[in-house]
Design a protein around this ligand. Structure first.
Ligand code: GDP
Length: 477
């Protein structure tokens, strides 16, 4: 039934595409990686003729008109572009982050680069941007795992030194549950909440650990509180049959329901229909949190990228008739570093996703890595330091940020020496006392002045244009 459904969806998509070419672009990344900011800036820069020199169609003046249109999928929430851009431009605050899936259609009219095609009609491309939490992708491996396996792996992980203290409350409840006794809802709820609390604690800024299925426990979307989410891994014995209605049996059944009603529909209805994908990665946050977080990010990224090259024999592999042919990995928030460090940031992210990308390339998807900032909140400068000049970044730290003991009020600009990244990536994984943390200050979005005619200038960015050229450039020729 899944195969039939996806075949029909593809046929409908393609049929519509004959008259009206479309490109479905997936925007994914773990929470706070920068998905909302990326889409907001992309749309604003395209709608308002932003400075995008590397986007060839824009640079050569061939884009004649860009506008938002009604999206094709009625059941998916619309990406709240207007609200987000108002927050950035009017209030200079960052928009509300991604909580669930959303979609936006941006249509671009362009003149074809070749004179022959120009004779016909102007080209038109509808870009369907699909924003979804990267956490949801971590659920794919669950499809091949039964409850006992999922439980064993989750419990092993929860007992790792880096996690044990955060998992203590959950482990205490899980270990005390009488697995054969009839399940009661209050205990089940307490279990699943303790488990979700532990998963969330791992995601705090200081620890920044990331490999944590089930994805909806972190990003429930509209499923908050539903039975499919009211379970937790339990210390069950593999192969043993537990009494009907017991804790072990009820939680195993809900875990299966989670896979059927939550995980499969997402992959079937949304993921399998994507043409291109950008995966946003906030490596700086992990680097700052230390080697555990970096190792963890590496694991999460290879799990995520695994989704793009599922084996033909797997459930998803059989659905992916329309293969994603380009994947861009965006190392976000590069505006926190001086330009001199950008190649190192790219090298670090390349190293983190290396093996996974190797495999994706093998399966036919072109992949690229770019250090970028969808909205550049800083500008670069230098300050004299003895006989030398030091590269610095200048921006307005968010209210409450402190640098060297000074607390900022959200209105004052300051120059920050961001520090440098190690050239040797393996040091980030090994750690060690000699590793200086990068100074990581959260800045407010930049001030974008109004021009005389009242139209806003375009949002500054770092290499958004390079990202766009890779993702859509070839479809605008
Ligand atoms: P999401 O959870 O992936 O949707 O993440 P957001 O797009 O909401 O970004 C999370 C936070 O990261 C924002 O609130 C900003 O503080 C920061 N951020 C994201 N993108 C950028 C960027 O390009 N530059 C800077 N300076 N900060 C960014």
């Amino acid at each position: 039934a899944d195969e039939a459904r996806i075949a029909l969806d593809n046929l409908t998509d393609r049929g519509a595409g004959l008259f009206h070419p479309t490109l479905r672009l997936g925007v994914a990344g773990l929470s706070r990686a920068g998905k909302t900011v990326f889409i907001t800036s992309l749309v604003h820069n395209l709608l308002h003729g932003g400075r995008l020199p590397m986007l060839e169609a824009q640079n050569s003046g061939r884009i004649s008109r860009t506008y938002l249109e009604e999206q094709p999928d009625d059941a998916v929430p619309r990406f709240q572009y207007e609200e987000h851009i108002r927050a950035v431009l009017e209030d200079r605050v960052w928009p509300q982050s991604t909580r669930a899936i959303s979609e936006l259609r941006l249509t671009i009219e362009y003149e074809s680069a070749s004179g022959w095609s120009r004779l016909f009609s102007p080209g038109r491309l509808s870009l369907d941007i699909v924003d979804y939490p990267g956490e949801w992708l971590l659920d794919l491996p669950l499809l091949d795992k039964d409850f006992a396996t999922f439980s064993r792996e989750s419990l092993e992980r929860a007992r790792l030194p880096a996690r044990a203290s955060m998992a203590a409350a959950y482990l205490a409840v899980a270990d005390a549950v009488p697995l054969d006794d009839p399940a009661d809802e209050a205990t089940s709820l307490r279990l699943s909440q303790a488990f979700a609390d532990y998963l969330r604690a791992c995601r705090q800024d200081k620890t920044a650990l990331s490999t944590l299925p089930p994805g909806r426990f972190l990003m429930p979307g509209d499923l908050e509180g539903s039975p499919a989410l009211t379970f937790a891994p339990l210390p069950v014995e593999p192969g043993r049959v537990y009494p009907k209605g017991s804790f072990a049996a009820v939680h195993a059944r809900r875990y299966e329901a989670y896979k059927t009603v939550v995980v499969k529909p997402f992959f079937r209805d949304h993921f399998a229909r994507l043409d291109r994908q950008i995966l946003l990665v906030d490596a700086l946050q992990a680097i700052n949190a230390g080697p555990d977080a970096v190792a963890d990010l590496e694991m999460a990224l290879s799990d995520i990228l695994e989704c793009f090259r599922p084996g033909r024999a797997s459930w998803l592999g059989s659905l992916l008739t329309r293969r994603i042919d380009r994947i861009l990995v965006g190392a976000t928030k590069a505006d926190h570093l001086h330009r001199e460090s950008h190649p190192k940031l790219e090298a670090i992210v390349r190293r983190l996703v290396d093996k996974a990308i190797e495999r994706a390339r093998f399966s036919g998807a072109a992949t690229e890595i770019v250090a970028m900032a969808a909205i550049r909140a800083t500008r670069e400068g230098t300050v004299p330091d003895g006989g030398r000049t030091l590269p610095v970044i200048v921006g307005t730290p968010m209210v409450g940020e402190t640098i060297g003991g000074e607390r900022f009020d959200g209105e004052t600009e300051t120059a920050v020496f961001p520090g440098d990244l190690p050239a040797d990536v393996s040091r980030l994984l090994r750690g060690g006392p000699a590793l200086d943390p990068v100074t990581f200050v959260r800045f407010r979005p930049p001030r974008v002045e109004r021009t005389e005619d009242g139209i806003k200038l375009s949002l500054p960015h770092v290499r958004l244009d390079r990202a766009l050229q890779f993702l859509i450039g070839d479809r605008l020729t």
